[in-house]
Design a protein around this ligand. Structure first.
Ligand SMILES: [Zn+2]
Length: 61
Protein backbone atom coordinates (compact mmCIF):
# COMPACT_ATOMS: atom_id res chain seq x y z
CA UNK A 1 0.00 0.00 0.00
CA UNK A 2 1.26 3.46 -0.85
CA UNK A 3 2.44 5.37 2.22
CA UNK A 4 2.88 9.16 2.43
CA UNK A 5 6.55 10.14 2.61
CA UNK A 6 5.96 13.10 4.95
CA UNK A 7 3.48 13.91 7.69
CA UNK A 8 1.00 16.52 6.45
CA UNK A 9 1.68 19.81 8.23
CA UNK A 10 -1.00 21.56 10.29
CA UNK A 11 -0.88 24.33 7.72
CA UNK A 12 -1.50 22.07 4.70
CA UNK A 13 -4.16 20.07 6.58
CA UNK A 14 -6.01 23.25 7.58
CA UNK A 15 -5.69 24.72 4.08
CA UNK A 16 -7.32 21.54 2.71
CA UNK A 17 -10.14 21.82 5.26
CA UNK A 18 -10.75 25.50 4.54
CA UNK A 19 -13.55 24.56 2.09
CA UNK A 20 -15.11 21.79 4.24
CA UNK A 21 -17.47 23.94 6.32
CA UNK A 22 -21.14 23.00 6.16
CA UNK A 23 -23.55 25.58 4.84
CA UNK A 24 -26.97 26.19 6.32
CA UNK A 25 -30.24 24.96 4.81
CA UNK A 26 -31.34 27.04 1.82
CA UNK A 27 -34.85 28.48 1.95
CA UNK A 28 -36.93 30.50 -0.46
CA UNK A 29 -40.35 32.16 -0.41
CA UNK A 30 -43.34 30.02 -1.43
CA UNK A 31 -44.87 31.28 -4.69
CA UNK A 32 -48.37 30.58 -3.34
CA UNK A 33 -48.47 31.65 0.33
CA UNK A 34 -45.19 33.49 0.85
CA UNK A 35 -43.96 31.21 3.65
CA UNK A 36 -40.31 30.20 3.65
CA UNK A 37 -39.82 26.74 2.10
CA UNK A 38 -36.94 24.58 0.93
CA UNK A 39 -36.36 24.64 -2.84
CA UNK A 40 -37.73 21.61 -4.77
CA UNK A 41 -39.89 20.62 -1.79
CA UNK A 42 -43.65 20.81 -1.24
CA UNK A 43 -44.57 23.85 0.86
CA UNK A 44 -45.19 22.87 4.50
CA UNK A 45 -47.91 25.44 5.13
CA UNK A 46 -50.05 25.38 1.95
CA UNK A 47 -49.14 22.02 0.37
CA UNK A 48 -48.32 23.57 -3.00
CA UNK A 49 -45.52 22.54 -5.31
CA UNK A 50 -45.06 25.01 -8.13
CA UNK A 51 -48.54 26.25 -9.16
CA UNK A 52 -50.68 23.35 -7.95
CA UNK A 53 -51.72 21.79 -4.62
CA UNK A 54 -50.19 18.32 -4.34
CA UNK A 55 -51.00 17.53 -0.67
CA UNK A 56 -53.66 18.71 1.75
CA UNK A 57 -52.54 21.80 3.65
CA UNK A 58 -51.52 20.87 7.19
CA UNK A 59 -53.99 22.63 9.51
CA UNK A 60 -52.08 22.14 12.76
CA UNK A 61 -52.46 25.74 13.94
ZN1 LIG B 1 -46.95 27.80 0.52
Amino acid sequence: MAVPRKKTTKSKRNMRRAHDALTGTQVQECQNCGEMKRPHHVCDSCGYYGDREVVEAADVL
